[in-house]
Design a protein around this ligand. Sequence first.
Ligand SMILES: [Cu+2]
Length: 504
Amino acid sequence: MTHPPFRDIDIGLYSVSSTAENRAAARRAEARGFRRVWLAEDHHSRDIFVQATAVGVATETIEIGLGIVNPYTRHPAQIAMAVADLEELAGPRFALGLGAGWSSIAAHGLENPRPITALREAAEICREMLGGGRVAYEGSLYRLPAPGARLTFRPPRPGVPLYFGTMGPRTLRMAAPMADGVFFSVLASPAYVEHCLGHAQAGLAAAGRDADEVDVACYIIFSVDEDGDAARAAAKGLIAHYLMRIKNSPDNVMDHNIDFHASTGALGGGGLTLVEPGQQVVLRWKATKPGTYIYHCAPGGVMIPYHVVSGMSGAVMVLPKGGLKDRAGKALRYDRIYYVGEQDFYVPRDAEGNYRKFETHAEAMEEVFAVMRTLTPSHVVLNGKVGALTGDGAMKARVGETVLIVHSQANRDSRPHLIGGHGDYVWEAGSFADPPEEGLETWFIRGGSAGAALYTFLQPGVYAYLSHNLIEAVQLGALAHFVVDGKWDDDLMTQVSKPGPIPA
Ligand SMILES: [Cu+2]
């Protein structure tokens, strides 16, 4: 893939700070020579256009990004008015970011949201109006009835840069061809950004546009202090705000929560995170134990196993401050990390032996409980479904690369094995405070834990990574593949003679 065109580092300011604080920060950013300052708006926090006005009149040259404005809570014509007004007041140095965030839509009680349509229609209306044109628009969400509307004053310039703040693949495919830039939400991982860029580039290619024409931006939390611990401490609140915001969609019917095995405190946070449909909660916990750990839903009683065997588990990795070490204290490094979440499912069958389908988890409960009580899963899968990590989903590596595999199982024991390779270093029970075992053929993941294994690939080929209960691997689905590129080493293995008839 081509390199994303990260051109500059801009400064992003949050509406958790007062408008006066953001104004002062923007002036400092201008004095230090930053290209652009981005302003944000969380619903029912500081207003983005008030912030932009304050920053606009307090600065002279720095560009000002509106990141983001939600067309669900402001009509696109109203947005165009405000942006043109800002440019008339403070100069042509604004960029308009549009995004239709779900939480803001929910907070305003807006039903049946259609964010993709909203973004497309809002972008079309804003573009036209900011270009000084008269817009008659018959969209499915917005209308500007004939003879249409135009701004009553002349916008200072056509072509205010238009950004889309979005995460969904379909939105990215739609938005990228219309965009000057796209930006991704805070705490987006490099792998996630790469995934999103693929969708954006597919949209651009379909529209005949070059990937380099679109600016790609991503919010990154940073914290500066001469004392590293102080810098980390200062960033914690904001990271927790995004990372540990646990939402239960209003469309759900059940309560959910999370028990973090890596945390310390009652129920691993399960009591403090219990949310009903339509609620959200923010939890902060201190990661004091380095290692790999399960987290899972645990709302109480029979709902605990039911939610866990419905897929509600994952893993947290807490790296030790000094990095991973072998028994002798030598640093261990890895080039790639892969997460393998193993999952047992208990799907009931009908009289003909076909798997039953249910509209909701509530409907399925009684029959699934009956299968659960047999303790015999119908499926044992890696990363959510049979085949998730084979074919197009296969894990990749090159000869010479070291891969860290984090394997979790919330409910049942498992015994990972890499056919044709080994566990060079294995933290079987997951604790990085313990020295790793070395050179294992198969290792053991206890139900309710996650473990980590480090392996350096020495030969190319397709490797099966599976649960070495081979019935579960081959017949129930617990199978993944590594596809490894590179040069074959005859010294390690060679076929001395080809298959042929047995001599008499
Ligand atoms: Cu749950």
